[in-house]
Design a binder for this molecule. Structure first.
Ligand SMILES: Cc1cc2nc3c(=O)[nH]c(=O)nc-3n(C[C@H](O)[C@H](O)[C@H](O)COP(=O)(O)OP(=O)(O)OC[C@H]3O[C@@H](n4cnc5c(N)ncnc54)[C@H](O)[C@@H]3O)c2cc1C
Length: 335
């Protein structure tokens, strides 16, 4: 425990299971022979957002822990007062704060769909893309702050039991901030988080669990509100011409409808914020929701991604398709 405080208690088993003779009962098959529908199960429904939003919460906690380690490393080495070290810690604090803010933003910008709350899709994909790159950078910052301190340690806790070696440890391992026991204990923890097989596994996980970077960047590209961004560009272009300021430039001063944060998006039910006014609350208490089927349908329609149709719940059906799988018949609905 003392030598590997994290990996001895919190290691995960990632394994590959190979099945060479598998029976899948037909009543466990939901889609068969329909590639389009198979793809939609991830991205036309909230499944992918739910699966990945929850992964951002422990990541945010992990980054906070690593930031705490970084600060303690600087203290342990007696270098916290150096401006360069403070700059590194400030950068680290900003990066961790950003991830924390992204998790809060996913929730604040989320959408109520019937009884379900769906975190904001594009904010989630922004966080995935950025944190895949960020994790390795943060680990590197800790390595840079620590120097050799994380490695130049007694080989095991057993060394403290030998009076001769313990005396040497006492002389050589102390720091301005800690006695030799506490310094060794801390650096064993820091190494387990940063450089051990456990730490390295976490780094690979954070870089790949959601797919390679070109995959997550594809999600971000697909779900971004390009129309809103382009509208700003067009508004600026419309504001002048060969003769100088154009008559349509007055639109620039109107405020509403020009800023991406105030327009209605494809994946949100937020209404336009009046200039200078407050944004309406995204989540209303269940008791105050009185939705008609038509309103419900409009809301569900808003989880649609560009180019994707929506799988609707059974109560809101426009067209029914049937497909036969073996002896059974499976139905699904798409609009
Ligand atoms: C520790 C760990 C935990 C994981 N946990 C989960 C999990 O819980 N659930 C889950 O579903 N998956 C999980 N994954 C799997 C993860 O989704 C895959 O690792 C990921 O999709 C990448 O696939 P791959 O490992 O086969 O790499 P590859 O697809 O072989 O990619 C390897 C490298 O080649 C590059 N590359 C490949 N194809 C292209 C291309 N067309 N264009 C440009 N570059 C390309 C990639 O960017 C990457 O750098 C986990 C992975 C790891 C490492």
């Amino acid at each position: 425990m003392f030598d590997n405080p994290l990996s001895s208690r919190f290691d995960e088993d990632d394994s590959v299971l190979c099945f060479d003779d598998v029976k899948v009962p037909w009543d466990r098959v939901f889609i068969e022979g329909n590639v389009e529908m198979c793809q939609k199960q991830f991205h036309a429904m909230p499944y992918h957002v739910y699966q990945n939003y929850q992964a951002m919460v422990p990541l945010s906690v992990k980054l906070t822990f690593l930031t705490g380690l970084a600060h303690r490393i600087a203290e342990m080495n007696g270098v916290t007062q150096f401006p360069q070290v403070r700059e590194m810690l400030g950068q680290l604090a900003a990066e961790t704060g950003m991830v924390d803010a992204l998790v809060a933003a996913m929730e604040a910008k989320g959408t109520q769909v019937g009884p379900y709350f769906i975190p904001d899709r594009h904010t989630l994909y922004s966080a995935q893309v950025l944190t895949q790159q960020l994790y390795a950078h943060i680990i590197n910052t800790l390595r840079e702050l620590a120097g050799g301190g994380m490695i130049m340690l007694p080989s095991s806790v057993a060394d403290f039991g030998n009076p001769e070696i313990a005396a040497l440890i006492d002389q050589t391992q102390q720091s301005p901030k800690a006695n030799s026991h506490d310094r060794v204990k801390f650096y064993k923890l820091a190494w387990d988080a940063v450089g051990s097989e456990f730490g390295s596994h976490h780094q690979q996980y954070e870089m790949f669990y959601a797919g390679a970077t070109f995959v997550t960047k594809g999600h971000s590209y697909r779900t971004y509100d390009w129309t809103g961004a382009d509208r700003l560009v067009q508004t600026m272009l419309d504001s002048y011409d060969l003769n100088g300021v154009s008559t349509s430039s007055s639109r620039l001063n109107q405020g509403a409808n020009t800023c991406p944060s105030t327009r209605s998006t494809t994946n949100s039910t937020r209404s336009l914020r009046p200039p200078g006014g407050k944004r309406p609350r995204a989540i209303r208490p269940a008791s105050s929701r009185r939705s008609s089927p038509a309103a419900e349908m409009r809301r569900i329609g808003t989880v649609r991604e560009p180019g994707c149709s929506v799988l609707r719940p059974t109560s809101i059906r426009r067209r029914r398709s049937r497909t036969s799988i073996g002896k059974r018949s499976i139905s699904y609905r798409a609009t």
